[in-house]
Design a protein around this ligand. Structure first.
Ligand code: CO
Length: 183
């Protein structure tokens, strides 16, 4: 298990649609890869992480929603697709590839997602609220879309200069080299 470096805004792999996972090709490495992805996400307190955020061209993501008085909701989605969506909400969102940046994004309130789980068995997930938002955010990543592209046009334009400046700082952050107490 290890913490991996998270790719930041501006790195090309985040802009590319990821490749569908072929189980036979990665089944040996999959458990270690997923453990690393959970470790990396936990180390920085994230709610989701897509494989291309750790530099891998694979259509898979991990999600962990922390809940009060309940076990966190953890899930692995391989080759996920949103098959149904409903409602609309405009809420604040962040992204591990944009450390420290938060902005309001419009998302569906409920989604139905079909995917494979870590054992490569088909699953159907009915999610709402934060869980649905995280799924939409991660599936966007897998399609090469980052959350700032979902902002209203005016916010996107206003944010542009700051993003250009932050991009250079973010590039230097390497989570894999950070001491646990600095994360
Ligand atoms: Co993200």
């Amino acid at each position: 298990m290890a913490i991996r470096r998270i790719c930041k805004y501006g790195e090309k792999i985040l802009e590319k649609k990821t490749r569908k996972v072929i189980f036979e090709e990665i089944k040996k490495e999959l458990p270690a890869l997923l453990a690393d992805m959970f470790d990396t996400m936990d180390a920085v307190g994230g709610a989701g992480l897509a494989a291309n955020q750790v530099g891998l061209d694979l259509r898979l993501a991990v999600i962990k929603i922390r809940r009060e008085d309940e076990e966190p909701l953890s899930i692995v989605v391989i080759n996920p697709e949103i098959v149904e969506r409903s409602g609309s909400s405009f809420e604040e969102e962040g992204c591990l590839s944009f450390p420290g940046l938060f902005a309001k994004v419009r998302r569906s309130v409920k989604v139905k997602v079909r995917a494979m789980n870590e054992k490569f068995l088909p699953i159907e997930v009915n999610a709402e609220g934060l869980f649905a938002r995280a799924l939409q955010h991660e599936i966007d990543h897998l399609d090469g879309v980052v959350f700032v592209e979902r902002l209203p046009l005016m916010s996107r334009l206003k944010l542009k200069p700051a993003l250009m400046r932050l991009k250079t700082q973010w590039k230097k952050i390497d989570e894999s080299k950070m001491k646990p107490d600095k994360l």
